[in-house]
Every structure is written in structure tokens, then in C-alpha cells.
Write a protein that binds this ligand. Structure first.
Ligand code: ATP
Length: 234
């Protein structure tokens, strides 16, 4: 579904990505892990057209991916940003409708809303509440649900577990699996390496803007160097 080849991104003189090659097969969950500043968010932002690419090649469903954010969403690649970034002064329902802003077909939007409510019953209950009144976990659900309103083929999630309690994190990861089972391919960027590898069909480790290691989620969970550097096991 997604093929990225030799991607370079710099912020002025600072190189953030130094030739990243990665692929996300249709129907899979692919995780990208790495420590702070490794380049994970930059990678997602480069995909979504939010940062300029110096060089490299991005193919999505066999064709070059646009560089214009709204066209990229229209092509089916949707990013759920780090830190949730929901609209706290809008209701839950308004937040969700904002996710479908490109779709002028009211019936399709209504259907997307119903699908999202089926997946997130709590958001249906809270649809009239302001986004800002939700708990952290509910806000993360809303951010993911808003992404789904655009009916993505590939959903890219930036640190969905950030700042959430372990029990809530477990719920979010269960939801990610459920979303995949409904036919949405997942690219997951996480600092919570344990969880991200457990759920992944395939995973990449990014360090200083380079892929330093890759393999199935299970392989990396048992890799000694990965364990030492990212899984807190000595
Ligand atoms: P985090 O988990 O903290 O978000 P990350 O792996 O997502 O880390 P990036 O945010 O992509 O890493 O950062 C990669 C590198 O690019 C870092 O060295 C960072 O300091 C630098 N960087 C990121 N954004 C900018 C920017 N807007 N201007 C200059 N340098 C930046």
C-alpha cells in the first residue's frame, strides 16, 4: 500500500531523515519505533505533506503520493497527530464532522459517523459534549475517530499512547486492532516500543533518521539489542 524509498528531510542544516526506506503492505500493522528525536514524527509529517522532502520517493497504492495535504487525505492516507490536537471548543460530533470536511456527500458522511459510533460507543454517548471536557483516553479515541471519518485506506498514528494510563493504553491498542480488522492498514509510530512491537506484523527501528533494524514484531521483541535499547530490559 505504501512504499517509501530513500527519503531525506532536513530542517535547515539539521538532517532529520537520512535515507529512510520502508514499506507498509495492505492490511498490515507496521510500527515505527525509536527514541526521542529519532525522526518518527518527521517521517509521518513528510508523508502527510506537512514537511518538505529533500529527496526520495513515496508511492501510495502504486502511484506517487501527492505533496498537498488535502489531496493526500483524498488519496486515502490520513494522519492522527501526536498530542491528539482535537478541537476542545467544538462538540464531539463537530470534531468528527471536521474529519470529513472533504466529503460533500451527506449520506456518506452520515454513514461514516454511524460506523465510527459503532466502533466508539462512548463517543456516541458524549457527542454533544465539548471535546475539551473529555478524559485523555477519550480525546485520543476522538482523534482516531476523527481520522476515520475521512475513510482512510491507511491510518498513520503518531504516538497514540502518549500520556495515557496503562489500562487506557491497552484499550487504545485493542481499538487499533479492531480498526485494522475493518480493512484499514495501520502505520503506528510509538515510543511505547513493547506495545508497538506486540501489535505489529512488521516493525522498523529508527535512530538518527535511519532505519537501524527491522523485522517482524515478534523478532524485534526478542532481539537482544532492541531489548536493551528500547524495551527497558538489561
Ligand atoms: P519525538 O518522539 O520527540 O517526537 P521523533 O522521533 O518524532 O521524536 P522528530 O520530531 O521527527 O523525532 O525529530 C527529528 C529531528 O529533527 C530531531 O533532531 C529534532 O530536533 C529535529 N526537528 C524536528 N522538528 C524540527 C523543526 N521544526 N525545526 C528544526 N529541527 C526539527
Amino acid at each position: 500500500m505504501l512504499e517509501v524509498r530513500d527519503l531525506y528531510v532536513s530542517y535547515g542544516k539539521v538532517a532529520a531523515l537520512n535515507g529512510v526506506t520502508l514499506s507498509v503492505p495492505e492490511g498490515s500493522i507496521v510500527s515505527l519505533i525509536g527514541s526521542n528525536g529519532a525522526g518518527k514524527s518527521t517521517f509521518l509529517n513528510a508523508l502527510s505533506g506537512l514537511v518538505r522532502i529533500k529527496s526520495g520517493d513515496i508511492k501510495f497504492k502504486g502511484a506517487p503520493l501527492s505533496r498537498l495535504p488535502h489531496v493526500i487525505v483524498g488519496q486515502g492516507l490520513v494522519q492522527v497527530p501526536e498530542g491528539r490536537k482535537i478541537f476542545s471548543g467544538l462538540t464531539v460530533r463537530e470534531n468528527l464532522l471536521a474529519g470529513a470536511y472533504l466529503n460533500r456527500n451527506r449520506r456518506e458522511v452520515q454513514q461514516a459517523l454511524e460506523e465510527v459510533f459503532a466502533l466508539f460507543p462512548i463517543l456516541k454517548e458524549r457527542q454533544k459534549q465539548y471535546g475539551g471536557t473529555l478524559s485523555g483516553g477519550e480525546q485520543q479515541m476522538l482523534a482516531i475517530a476523527r481520522g476515520l471519518m475521512a475513510r482512510p485506506k491507511l491510518l498513520a498514528l503518531d504516538e497514540p499512547s502518549l500520556g495515557l494510563a496503562p489500562l487506557i493504553v491497552r484499550g487504545i491498542f485493542e481499538l487499533i486492532k479492531k480498526i485494522r480488522s475493518r480493512g484499514v492498514t495501520i502505520l503506528l509510530v510509538e515510543q511505547n516500543a513493547n506495545k508497538a512491537l506486540e501489535i505489529a506484523d512488521y516493525a522498523y527501528v529508527l535512530e538518527n533518521g535511519r532505519v537501524i533494524c527491522q523485522g517482524s514484531g515478534q523478532e524485534l521483541l526478542h532481539d537482544e539489542a532492541v531489548k536493551r535499547a528500547y524495551l527497558g530490559i538489561r
